[in-house]
Design a protein around this ligand. Structure first.
Ligand code: HEC
Length: 155
């Protein structure tokens, strides 16, 4: 009987720990990994994104932060939107359809590096690197993130 009660308590603790937003309810157990990331929801999405051949999950995760302007001075979200689903200034990058190139990591990297001087569907150009001075590592990371957005099973 004692065993049964113990088992249930353990189960409850695991459940409440695996729910990042409910920090207040956990009380003394706060302060662990859940507290570090202000955007836990976005991190969870990154964890479920595919990883392009030749890149790493860490690059995809960093690429999201560059995209959102949290690292490396990226400006992508200003035009493409924080969810990358497009704004009146720039297209949806999550549809899996590409206006420029074949959707490969190499093609996406090139488009980001060069920008789009003559957009097909939008009035204003995308400057090279979106107008930011991305390091080579951040360019590769943000390209991996955009590739991942376009290759999700469910979008
Ligand atoms: C000033 C607005 C602006 C910024 C900032 C910007 N883009 Fe763009 N982006 C555009 C426009 C406009 C297009 C071209 C759409 C067209 O051809 O109709 C585009 C196209 C693209 C494409 C090609 C999409 C396709 O369908 O082939 C990618 C990839 C892309 N942007 C990624 C990025 C990334 C990554 C960043 C940040 C480093 C970024 N963009 C920053 C405006 C912007």
């Amino acid at each position: 009987m004692a065993r049964d009660v113990y088992g249930r308590r353990r189960d409850n603790r695991h459940r409440s720990r695996s729910r990042p937003p409910s920090r207040s309810g956990v009380g003394g157990e706060g302060g662990t990994a859940g507290g570090i990331h202000p955007n836990a929801g976005a991190q969870a999405i990154v964890a479920s994104l595919p990883v392009p051949p030749g890149a790493t999950k860490a690059q995809v995760a960093r690429g999201e932060r560059v995209f959102l302007g949290q690292e490396g001075g990226g400006t992508c979200e200003g035009c493409h939107g924080s969810n990358a689903k497009g704004t009146p200034l720039a297209p949806d990058l999550t549809s899996g359809k590409w206006l420029w190139g074949d959707g490969s990591l190499a093609a996406i990297t090139r488009t980001i590096a060069d920008g789009v001087p003559n957009p097909k569907n939008y009035r204003s150009a995308m400057p090279p690197m979106g107008g930011a001075e991305l390091s080579h590592a951040d360019l590769k990371a943000v390209a991996a993130y955009v590739w991942a957005l376009g290759h999700q099973k469910v979008h």
